[in-house]
Every structure is written in C-alpha cells, then in structure tokens.
Design a protein around this ligand. Structure first.
Ligand code: PMV
Length: 336
C-alpha cells in the first residue's frame, strides 16, 4: 500500500465522490475464514450490474467523530460503525487522524438481498482512499472494499469478477472473460431482511452440519465455472449458477435456529425459470440472502426473458440489467 507523509495527509481538507454498482454472484460467498480481515472460506464469482448505482462523497472534517448520512438521513449506529471501521483502515494507511463526513445515496433496496452493501462499500473505499490522499490501484481498492463487506471486493471490477480466497494480500477480485450475460432481478420483497448476511454466515458456519461440505463444493464449483466461462459454455455457466445458489440456501437452512431466506414466492420463480427452460428459453435462477430471485440469461435473450417473466409473474417488479462498470471516482478536490 502506498502512503503519504503525516504532514501532507493532515494539512489539506479533501473531498472525493465515487460511484459503484451492485454485483450478483454466480458462485456465492458464504462464510469467512477470518472475520476481522474478511477473508472468505472459498473464492466466488459475480457479475457487476449496470443498475442501482451508489454514489458516495467523503469529505475530511475537523469534527471529533465520523458523521454518516445515508439516503438523506443521519445513518444508524451500526451502519456508522461499519463505515468507521473502513475509514479507520484508510486513516491508518494515510497516517491521518481526521474524521470524515460521509454522504451516501444508495438506489438498491437496502438490506433486501440485492447486494446494497457491495455497491456501498465499493463506493466508500474508492471515495475514502481518494479523500485521504491514498493512491491505490484496483487490486488494492478491492482489498480495501473487502474489509467493509466481502462482496464489495467484486464491485471494483467491470462485469464478471472472480474474488480469490487467500490471505490479506492475495484476497482481491479481478476481471474474468466470458459470454455476454444479462440478469433480471425479480423483486419479490424489498424490505430489510430479518437477519443480516454477516450474522447468518456466522450462524451457518457455527451450526450447520452442511457448512464444510458447502465450502468444499463451492471451491470445486468455482473451478468448474472458470472453465465453463473460458470455453463460452453458457449452459454449464447457468447450471452451475443455479445449483450453487441452492446449495448455499440448503447450507443456510441447515443452521440452528434455521434461517430461511427463500419464500414460497421465491421458489415459485425458481420453478417458473425451470419451466421456461423446458420450453426452450435458456434462463437460470439465483438468489442472495433474501427472497428476491435473479434470473441469468445470455445478453441477447434479455428482452425475450424479461417479456416471458412479465407475462407469468406480472405481480413482481422486474429489473433487467447488463454488465456494469466497476467502482470509480467521479470527482475529487483538494487532494495533494
Ligand atoms: O458481502 P456480504 O457480507 O453482504 O455477503 C454477501 C453474501 C451473498 O450476497 C449472499 C453472496 C455473494 O457472494 O454475494
């Protein structure tokens, strides 16, 4: 990590704004090898989308504490604490003791399993690094975003990204080539989920008898996914995506007390996707830690898939998405 001298870091008030998009995993991250460094038990792979951007501005301040605004209101204590944790990492590297004002606007339905933390912490990492005068490359920014929320490491990358398991140095996300993909988010319920992914991951690792099997299977699924992407085999990509998601939910459901993120409506959408496939439309389903289902297709089938879903589940909002840009700086002032 590059650093700046203490005198330079404290001498300027600085502000920077970054934008990031959420990503949806085809091979899921569920479980940590190291809680404080946020090192995953297995690698994962995702698609950064071109919808639901988060925009975050970090401004160094003379206040005695960090102040965080989220969607127009002062953020709650837990959210502020998590933001402060990432800022502490940045301050340490920048040899700065300045606190910051963080203003973030998140257009993802927060906490509903549509990856709001991924875009949020990716934007925060990019804006905070710039505001504190750190010059970090994408790999270093991915490692920094990881400390806020594991999946945020992947939102630094355009389109398809693999996030490597490993140690603090080697656990970052990087781009992968593959077929042109599209996704359709089926918004079944956009309320905040009852149990956070952080808490449920911990519970799964501590109590689910299927956890170790999940970790081993995911490492193998990731290798198979990388091979499928490399040979442009969309059928294998889709099959691995759907199967890996259901394996994750099975491991989660095996926790005690049990956690159920998928609802009856989610399972209906999984069933519908299988029916559409049987009718000749190549679509596959996945779901993160919430009831919403995301449908994967080839980009050229996106409109057709969206029309087919709209006809069968008109009660749910559909959000078609294409590969989007990784987190990036949109403005910076006053940096040295
Ligand atoms: O990064 P977190 O702590 O929000 O965890 C994300 C977990 C899943 O979204 C369910 C899976 C994934 O790989 O994104």
């Amino acid at each position: 990590m590059s650093t700046v001298p203490a005198s330079a870091a404290t001498a300027f008030p600085s502000t920077a704004t970054a934008t990031a998009h959420p990503n949806i995993a085809l091979i899921k991250y569920w479980g940590k090898r190291d809680e404080s460094l946020v090192l995953p038990a297995a690698g994962s792979l995702s698609l950064t989308l071109d919808v639901f951007p988060t925009t975050t501005t970090v401004t160094l301040s003379t206040d005695p504490a960090d102040v965080v605004w989220h969607n127009g209101a002062v953020a709650g204590r837990e959210f502020t604490r998590r933001v402060g944790g990432l800022l502490d990492t940045v301050r340490q590297r920048a040899h700065s003791d300045s606190h910051a004002l963080v203003v973030t606007h998140n257009s993802v339905p927060t906490g509903a399993g549509l990856a709001s933390s991924a875009s949020g912490f990716a934007a925060l990492a990019v804006a905070a690094a710039a505001a504190y005068g750190l010059e970090l490359d994408t790999r270093q920014l991915s490692r920094l975003a990881r400390r806020g929320s594991g999946s945020a490491s992947r939102s630094l990358i355009d389109g398809l990204a693999v996030w490597h398991a490993g140690d603090d140095e080697s656990s970052f996300a990087e781009p992968v080539a593959g077929p042109a993909l599209g996704m359709i988010a089926v918004v079944i319920d956009d309320r905040r989920k009852a149990i956070s992914s952080r808490d449920a991951m911990r519970l799964t690792a501590a109590t689910s008898p299927y956890y170790d099997a999940w970790v081993a299977a995911t490492a193998a699924d990731l290798d198979a996914m990388l091979a499928a992407l490399a040979r442009d085999d969309f059928t294998a990509v889709g099959e691995l995506t759907e199967s890996n998601a259901l394996r994750m939910h099975a491991a989660i459901a095996g926790s005690r007390p049990p956690v159920r993120y998928l609802t009856a409506a989610s399972l209906t959408v999984f069933e519908l996707v299988a029916q559409l496939r049987a009718e000749g439309l190549p679509v596959y389903a996945t779901a993160d830690a919430g009831p919403n289902v995301v449908v994967l297709c080839r980009q050229r089938d996106l409109d057709r898939a969206a029309r087919a879903l709209a006809a069968r589940v008109p009660q749910f909002r559909l959000i078609p998405a294409r590969p989007g840009r990784g987190a990036h700086l949109v403005a910076a002032e006053g940096a040295p």
